[in-house]
Design a protein around this ligand. Structure first.
Ligand SMILES: CC(=O)CC(=O)C(=O)O
Length: 228
């Protein structure tokens, strides 16, 4: 039977050094995973367990995108993040199993309508309008875990118009990659196609139309976004 309308294709990420593509099925995000960022937002970190929010895979933009400043906000913020891509099914997995289930890593942006996120927090409402913005999960090509090597003190940083805004080390993450995947697998049957943005370091701030964002994680391809 025919579909009533043409459904969009899933976004597909390039994989460094190969012709393979990684289809993105679900996008999970970790909040407050760097102490300095939690502090700049006036929050405490939770060292016991990460917390999560999600974005639609159809709100993924591939690196190099030129996108309009989004509607409904006067305070659109950059959040530079390290990205995990799941490569094998895992449910209620140990840390070791979680590490083995990781396909690869990448650089990403979790663009945020900060004013709407703040209003939602004040009213104890969900963050969707603040976080699940069209084009707000900007993703670079993936580097296979075997090529990336152990996640240690690799640098993660972001420039806006060439000026450094965020600069940290992956070792500053409160919950590491295996810990995040193991914890998230308590709640979801994780599978290939699941992407996890692991939280942003300190230095988040507003962007405006015309800004050029460039983010890097050592060992990964860069992530780029231009706003019009
Ligand atoms: C406070 C936030 O916006 C949560 C988040 O995305 C992060 O900490 O990263």
């Amino acid at each position: 039977m025919p579909d009533l309308f043409a459904a969009p294709d899933l976004p597909r990420l390039a994989v460094r050094g190969s012709a393979d593509r990684y289809p993105v099925v679900r996008v999970f995000c970790v909040g407050r995973n760097y102490a300095a960022h939690a502090a700049e937002m006036g929050n405490e970190v939770d060292r016991d367990a990460p917390f999560y929010f999600t974005k639609s895979p159809f709100h993924v933009a591939l690196t190099g995108a030129t996108l309009p400043y989004p509607p409904g906000t006067q305070d659109y913020h950059h959040e530079m993040e390290f990205v995990i891509a799941i490569g094998a099914p895992i449910f209620q997995g140990t840390r070791d199993a979680a590490g083995a289930a990781i396909f690869g890593y990448g650089a990403g942006l979790d663009m945020t309508r900060r004013d709407l996120q703040g209003a939602a927090k004040d009213k104890r409402r969900p963050w969707d309008l603040g976080k699940d913005v069209e084009g707000s999960a900007v993703l670079a090509p993936l580097t296979r875990a075997v090529d990336f090597g152990p996640v240690a003190d690799q640098r993660i940083h972001l420039t806006v118009n060439g000026e450094i805004r965020q600069d940290a080390a992956l070792s500053e993450m409160i919950h590491d990659c295996a810990g995040i995947v193991s914890d998230l697998s308590k709640f979801y049957h994780l599978a290939p196609g699941d992407i996890i943005l692991t939280g942003t370091p300190a230095g988040v701030g507003p962007v405006v139309a015309g800004d050029v964002l460039h983010g890097e994680v050592t060992g990964c391809d860069p992530v780029d976004l231009t706003l019009t």
